[in-house]
Design a binder for this molecule. Sequence first.
Ligand code: MG
Length: 288
Amino acid sequence: MKLARFAVDGKTAIGVVDAEKGTVQALAPHADDMVRIVEAHAQPAQTLKTAGPIRALAEVAILAPLHAPRRNIICVGKNYREHAVEFARSGFEAGAVAGAEVDAYPAVFSKPASTICAATDAVSLHAQATSAVDYEGELAFVIGKRGKDILKENAYSHIWGYVAINDVTARDRQRNHKQWFLGKALDRFCPMGPWIATADEVDAENLTLKTWVNGELRQNANTRDLLFDIPTLVATISSGLTLEPGDIIATGTPVGVGIGMKPPVFLKTDDVVTIEVTGLGRLHNRFF
Ligand code: MG
């Protein structure tokens, strides 16, 4: 089941998407907060119902599917080997050590929930704050079942669904401040969507992830190549920290970001970044 949040006739609703037909139908009873849906429907495919008009996706405004998580988006850095190398060699990783590009433990940071925007929203380059904005296409997952100290073998039973994000990053702030939060936290720096696909229909360990900038393919990877797999991430992050329904965890970006180019190439006005993940639809954001 694919769940999108959308606006039509001045109202917002969550609905079920038929991606092949390009349609959406609202849930019944009406709902517009995905966190409440996640909490109330641990087995969504069996319990969610729809009613009312079936609308073409083109007739509605698609919003971020999970727009108000209770807390920050939890993100993993350097989780594909070739990306870890390109980042270390770029000069933008504070404290990078040649020959030690791949970490022994996952690097984890967060982005404030206020960064979340929709799959087709325009995103400011924040020229007053940064001159080095870069894209990061990523697979993210949504926690469905609360848990702490989750064992790897139980990790997937805590995941409710999957969604594509762009972990937009101001590289100069990431480098200059020797941490990642300030470079990751700018308004609209987390395009998300267009829908969340529930876990029952996603093979998370075999998804193709592609990113284009103005139609030029930049990232083309498969989630099987994650250095720290999803069970490891769930076990690591939930160690001593209770994960709650609606928490979002982004798994990291593969090779092919702008700082990996020689010389680095950053986003500029009117660039369009397109990200596709198998079964999760397409992000398509213009920068200005
Ligand atoms: Mg990232």
